[in-house]
Design a binder for this molecule. Structure first.
Ligand code: ADP
Ligand code: MG
Length: 390
């Protein structure tokens, strides 16, 4: 849904023009999976799919929230009072934007209320971070309207607090930083320890390649609990190895570290994934900087095997995408995002896209799986203001 439609929706709901319209994208993680809560490296890029929000300030303490994508039948905004927002009060989709207002106010920023109407083209629950797009678009708009002067990485941090504490979803800092800070034609190399970032040129189209996103349209129900277990296992590994975070184990000391973990078989597997995955991010950065994007394909596939066999968060649908793609001429493929469903990415020669897409669709049909959604992802811009008051 375009910005004009969101503006019109705002006027219909609230009977006045918004003060502006903002957009924040979903993201795909190119490489660096589950490294973000281990102080490690990640490398997302922004999708062309965005959440668009129209906002106007209020000074009476009222926060009114409406999403064109949520059909609650009433066609009316949800009304909350900013001073009554507490992490215990969050409920449903409004917890994401309300959590952002709560986090801003808790950090001492005078956000006195707002009217919000939004709509999104980011598929929700597909591992493409519709939640971060929603948080970041609201945070950026409030930052502009209330002249808070916060930078992208600071907004990302506050959005993460909103999601962790107000929504109650344990996530790292990657999704919000990607949505807030990515640039078109680039992937974002982010060190999640000190939040330093580098924009890495990632223009596949001019080199005759494409990146496909395959949304499996499944989300296995136990994924949240499994995330918590992996996180706890990584923390245990770091404690056993006497480091602050698994990021502190250098790649060339991996074997020694695994030796010290003795018969802790599960922790060993988790540690091996994190240490090799950080190394893979660094390899992808070097290859892209050297202009050798084709060579990242096998690194992506290695990453998938590590997530499947060591971290054990893949599922039959994700494995089928990767196996089919690699058997059908892809340069490489991997699951992306938290795992147990969601999406996979496939790096392909441009000419191979139609046959690869068909091969994946056929394989899903033959396996009796829900038809996947396949689309090309072009690295796109991060959050931005689209327009000012009319
Ligand atoms: P992901 O971030 O991978 O898409 P999450 O489960 O983290 O999945 O976030 C999805 C949730 O975010 C939805 O269930 C909904 O509550 C909220 N959400 C995302 N986009 C919108 C939207 N456009 N309108 C309302 N709620 C949204
Ligand atoms: Mg999310």
């Amino acid at each position: 849904m375009g910005p004009q439609r969101v503006r019109e929706g705002f006027v219909e709901l609230y009977g006045a023009e918004p003060e502006g319209v903002w957009a924040a994208p979903g993201r795909v993680n190119l490489i660096g999976e589950h490294t973000d809560y281990n102080d490690g490296f990640v490398m997302p890029f922004a999708l062309p799919h965005v959440t668009v929000a129209a906002l106007a300030r209020r000074t009476d303490g009222l926060l009114r929230l409406h999403s064109a994508d949520i059909d609650d039948g009433a066609g009316k905004p949800v009304e909350l009072r900013v001073e009554e927002l507490t992490p215990e009060s969050g409920d449903g989709w409004t917890a994401y934007p309300a959590g952002v207002v709560w986090a801003l106010r808790a950090a001492g920023h005078a956000v006195t209320g707002a009217d919000v109407h939004l709509a999104s083209t980011v598929p929700a629950g597909a591992g493409l971070s519709s939640s971060a797009a929603l948080e970041v678009v609201v945070a950026l708009a409030l930052n502009d309207l209330f002249e808070l002067g916060l930078r992208g990485w600071q907004l990302a941090r506050l959005c993460q607090r909103a999601e962790n504490i107000y929504v109650g979803a344990p996530t790292g800092i990657m999704d919000q930083t990607a949505s807030a800070c990515c640039e078109a034609g680039h992937a974002l190399f982010l060190d999640t320890r000190d939040l330093s970032q580098r924009q890495i040129p990632f223009d596949l189209v001019s080199q005759g390649m494409r990146l496909l996103v395959v949304d499996t349209r499944v989300k296995h129900a136990h994924s949240d609990g499994e995330y918590g277990k992996r996180r706890a296992g990584c923390e245990k590994g770091a404690a056993l190895l006497g480091v602050d975070a698994l990021r502190d184990i250098p790649y060339d000391e991996l074997d020694a570290a695994l030796g010290r973990l003795g018969d802790e078989a599960e922790v060993r597997r988790l540690v091996r994934h994190i240490v090799t995955e950080n190394h893979r991010v660094e390899r992808v950065v070097s290859l892209l900087r050297a202009g050798d994007a084709r060579a990242i394909g096998p690194v992506l596939t290695e990453g998938h095997i590590s997530l499947r066999d060591d971290f054990r968060i893949s599922c039959p649908e994700l494995d089928l995408v990767v196996d089919t793609a690699n058997a059908s001429g892809a340069l490489g493929a991997r699951m992306t995002g938290g795992g147990f469903g969601g999406s996979a990415i496939v790096l392909a020669e441009e000419a191979g896209v139609p046959s690869l897409t068909k091969a994946i669709e056929d394989a899903f049909a033959a396996a009796g799986f829900t038809a996947p959604r396949v689309f090309e992802a072009v690295p796109s811009a991060g959050a931005r203001r689209l327009s000012r008051a009319a």
